[in-house]
Design a protein around this ligand. Structure first.
Ligand code: FAD
Length: 412
């Protein structure tokens, strides 16, 4: 069938889905294009929801991916507030919760991820928040405005950013997490300690090395009991204990699923003609192996890459993973992926909060994080992608260009 007679469908009107739709039109696809999103809003970006938007510093309008007229102007059928409830991959058909059935020729699953929930006594109490959507951020923003005491469960990115935003709005904040330092899972104990000190300096009460046993209250949460027996009075709780990929549609349609919807190097699933991108995709990265990346940059680039693959373009997705975080006046960018490393090398003094940290394995840079140092992420990514062995002394020396830390590279 001629491509202009075809229907391309995208399930999930988040960042990845919206960028894929944009790319399909940019690349000249002129068939029918349907973008289905369960949320009531048109596609928006989530990073502000734990930062400036949560603190009431920026407007909703700034978070949207496209201006309101973009979808109609580009002949994209945007269905907000509608969910796909079933995928029939054999018939190439979607069932929507409106009762409609939609035939497609190519499909992109961009269903994202959802917060992992705590299931402990008191989980159902009012005032226990999760954070994923505008609605979640709006509800939490009201709490921040009211002031009082906030308990944050989890010391990952969401937990740390919410703790920072709540302190910046004047709330008393306690963070509870089993880790020994914040962000330990990604950054390790050495660099995580920098974030521990940052939060302590800003007056956060850190209760680390313990978990949450129960929430106490009568309708509304008024205290949190930790596994080591402490009882912390509070007016609200935010739970930030990670997110799980929304794989249900794919799994019940018989697509291969691992830590997400399994896709090959071109972002195609086990069923030809069906692709996945963004938080939901468990992608086969050419250098890093199987990888599911839950970050803004991945949605920004995988959505378009999947769109091109839907149009039959060759080539795969090989970007180095990248993300950013802002807490108080400390901004950072992290490139690469370090799971096991031999050592961390610092360029600059971490106590000044203006430095770069490099995670090294077998003499090579696996990941790098620039903190309040800008315009270096691309150089760090090139170093990681190049895969060369580095000279640690030069890597640590701010006067040596980052690229020239590779053994054998000399200044020209
Ligand atoms: C509070 C917060 C702060 C963040 N901050 C940062 C940051 O600072 N830096 C960073 O790099 N990353 C950050 N992220 C991560 C980043 O936002 C995500 O990686 C990104 O949103 C992933 O985009 P996505 O389109 O893959 O998925 P999502 O954004 O989850 O969008 C998926 C959409 O699909 C819809 N959907 C799901 N199933 C269906 C269905 N069956 N039918 C119809 N629609 C469906 C969902 O409702 C959702 O709207 C943050 C995330 C959150 C929640």
């Amino acid at each position: 069938m001629a491509i202009d007679q075809q229907t391309f469908a995208i399930v999930g009107a988040g960042f990845a889905g919206a960028k894929a739709a944009e790319t399909l039109r940019e690349e000249g696809y002129d068939g029918r294009l349907v973008l289905v999103g369960a949320e009531p809003d048109r596609p928006y970006e989530r990073p502000p929801l734990s930062k400036d938007y949560l603190r009431g510093e920026t407007a909703r309008e700034q978070a949207y991916v496209h201006p309101a007229g973009f979808y109609a102007d580009n002949d994209i059928e945007l269905r907000v507030g509608e969910s796909v409830v079933e995928l029939d991959a054999g018939r190439r058909e979607l069932a929507l919760d409106t009762g409609e059935r939609l035939r497609y020729d190519r499909l992109l699953l961009a269903t994202g991820a959802e917060p992992r929930r705590l299931s402990i006594p008191g989980s159902e109490l009012g005032g226990v928040h999760y954070l994923r959507t505008f609605a979640d951020s709006d509800a939490l923003r009201e709490r921040l405005t009211a002031g009082g005491r906030l308990v944050v469960v989890g010391a990952g990115w969401i937990g740390c950013e919410v703790a920072a935003s709540a302190r910046m709005r004047g709330m008393e904040v306690t963070v509870i997490a089993p880790a020994s330092v914040p962000l330990e899972g990604v950054l390790g104990p050495e660099v995580g300690a920098i974030y521990r000190d940052l939060h302590l300096e800003h007056g956060v009460d850190l209760r680390l090395g313990t978990g949450v046993a129960s929430f106490e209250g009568d309708g509304e949460v008024h205290a949190v009991r930790t596994q080591d027996g402490a009882v912390i009075a509070c007016d609200a709780v935010v739970v930030g204990i990670g997110a799980a990929p929304r794989t249900q549609l794919a799994a019940s349609a018989g697509l291969a699923v691992g830590n997400g919807v399994l896709v090959d190097g071109r972002l195609e699933t086990s069923v030809p003609g069906v692709f996945a991108a963004g938080d939901v995709a468990d992608h086969l990265h050419p250098a890093l192996g199987r990888l599911r990346v839950e970050h803004w940059d991945n949605a920004l680039h995988q959505g378009p890459a999947a769109a091109r693959a839907m149009l039959g373009a060759p080539g795969g997705y090989a970007r180095t993973p990248y993300f950013f975080s802002d807490q108080y006046d400390v901004g950072m960018e992290y490139s690469g992926r370090a799971v096991d490393w031999d050592r961390v090398v610092f360029r600059g003094d971490p106590s000044t909060r203006e430095f770069i940290a490099f995670w090294l394995g077998a003499g090579r840079v696996m990941a790098g994080m620039n903190v309040n140092v800008w315009d270096v992420a691309e150089s760090i990514q090139a170093l990681i992608a190049g895969g060369g062995r580095v000279d640690e002394r030069r890597l640590a020396d701010p006067d040596v260009p980052i690229e020239q830390a590779v053994l054998g590279e000399v200044a020209s």
